[in-house]
Design a protein around this ligand. Structure first.
Ligand SMILES: *[C@@H]1O[C@H](CO)[C@@H](O)[C@H](O)[C@H]1NC(C)=O
Length: 399
């Protein structure tokens, strides 16, 4: 493990990042009045007022960890350094219409002081990123934020990644919202009186936005939040194909994806050529050989268009807050739908200059909760504790 970290960090420096890094470390060390340390919040005036009042972290400066400068380093270090708050889950397997199963991990929070009554206890539905599941540090931190406020959590593990067996030759893709629909219906059936909020990280955020756009005002959720979502799949893929990003992230994720497919080989070889999939060298090749084939797309490009949430934002109806860093190697800033969000009453984009992909590390020892974790905590509290204010704020159209 340590060896991999060292090797990767060494490569990082080698690949021409050194100059870039050393010119920016000084401002970071001082974290002085740099114009770009205050995040940009793009939304209507009414939504802004609501957020500034109930979720004040949106107006705070974000200063990255001084020794962890640059989006790539933030992205790398985050995975190794973040603590893992202890969480004990209750697993539930639910069946789907196609005969498959989905693994849900619940944190019931039965000892909640704020919401002792289970039927009305607000619930956070967490959607992890690509190859992620309920054990990811960012999931555990989100749960820690939610449970300390008295809320219940449920993690929706993407099919094939939650440790469950595949019963049908089907896993998941960012465009297909059927499993998420099934999960929301299930949770609403169990707790019809409890408000439900969706929190999606990276690919989980794409899935959440695609779902919210498909369902409009019938989504069953009171609000959503996305963290480091990829807005345009074609642009994200292009960014991840840059040699340094391929070396640091793409290669590794592709290996993880192929391993997962290989784990379910017996079931999946009925519908795809596993040996050909296993030779994929990038996420794009993997999607070309596996995901787009499995879900019946004519081409990978068709799949990527269908999976991109950017142009679908106008179809969403509930309040949504989206955090992205401008230096995220997975989600390039030129693809952020800023112009679109400006005119939507229910969408707020929060863009920090730094933070990388799901990084947002801050302080000298960034093991504990960081900027992103605080944002999640404050936002879900704002949504659950001030529903009237939120509804009013998000129904006012910007002229
Ligand atoms: C998701 O994929 C399954 C299997 O291909 C299909 O039956 C279903 O209609 C798809 N759902 C959506 C929302 O595209």
């Amino acid at each position: 493990m340590i060896l991999i970290v060292c090797k990767t960090l060494y490569l990082y420096l080698l690949m021409g990042q050194l100059i870039n890094w050393s010119t920016s470390i000084i401002p970071s060390l001082l974290c002085v009045q740099y114009r770009d340390s205050t995040p940009v919040l793009v939304c209507s005036n009414a939504f802004r007022t609501f957020l500034q009042k109930h979720c004040p972290v949106v107006a705070e400066r974000y200063c990255p960890t001084p020794w962890c400068w640059g989006g790539r380093l933030q992205t790398l270090v985050q995975a190794f350094i973040k603590s893992r708050p202890s969480v004990s889950y209750r697993n539930e397997l639910i069946r789907t219409a196609d005969g498959g199963q989905i693994s849900l991990d619940w944190v019931d929070n039965g000892a909640s002081a704020a919401y002792p009554e289970s039927s009305t206890r607000p619930t956070v539905l967490i959607l992890p990123g690509l190859t992620g599941n309920s054990q990811q540090p960012y999931v555990l931190h989100a749960i820690s934020q939610a449970t300390r406020r008295g809320y219940r959590c449920v993690v929706f593990n993407n099919r094939g990644f939650g440790g469950e067996e595949l019963l049908t030759p089907l896993t998941f893709c960012a465009a297909n919202t059927s499993d998420l629909e099934r999960v929301v219906l299930h949770v609403k059936e169990l707790f019809p009186q409890a408000p439900l909020l969706g929190a999606g990280v990276s690919l989980g955020g794409m899935l959440l936005l695609n779902y919210l756009a498909r369902k409009g005002s019938e989504s069953g959720l009171v609000a959503g939040i996305t963290l480091s979502v990829a807005w345009n799949t074609v642009e994200s893929t292009a960014s991840l194909e840059q040699p340094i990003n391929w070396l640091l992230f793409n290669r590794h994720l592709t290996v993880n994806l192929c391993q997962a497919v290989n784990r379910h080989r017996k079931m999946l070889e009925k519908v795809v050529d596993i040996d050909y999939v296993m030779k994929a060298r990038s996420i794009h090749e993997f999607d070309e050989r596996y995901t787009s084939v499995l879900f019946g797309y004519k081409s990978c490009l068709d799949y990527y268009y269908d999976a991109s949430p950017d142009y679908k934002l106008p179809r969403t109806a509930v309040p949504i807050l989206c955090l992205n860093a401008a230096d995220d190697p997975f989600s390039p800033k030129h693809a952020f739908p800023l112009a679109l969000a400006k005119h939507l009453p229910n969408v707020a984009l929060l863009v920090t200059a730094h933070g990388g992909h799901i990084g947002f590390l801050e302080g000298i020892f960034p093991r504990g909760e960081g900027y992103m974790d605080r944002l999640i905590g404050q936002y879900i509290e704002a949504v659950f504790e001030h529903p009237g204010d939120l509804k009013r704020a998000c129904s006012i159209k910007q002229e």
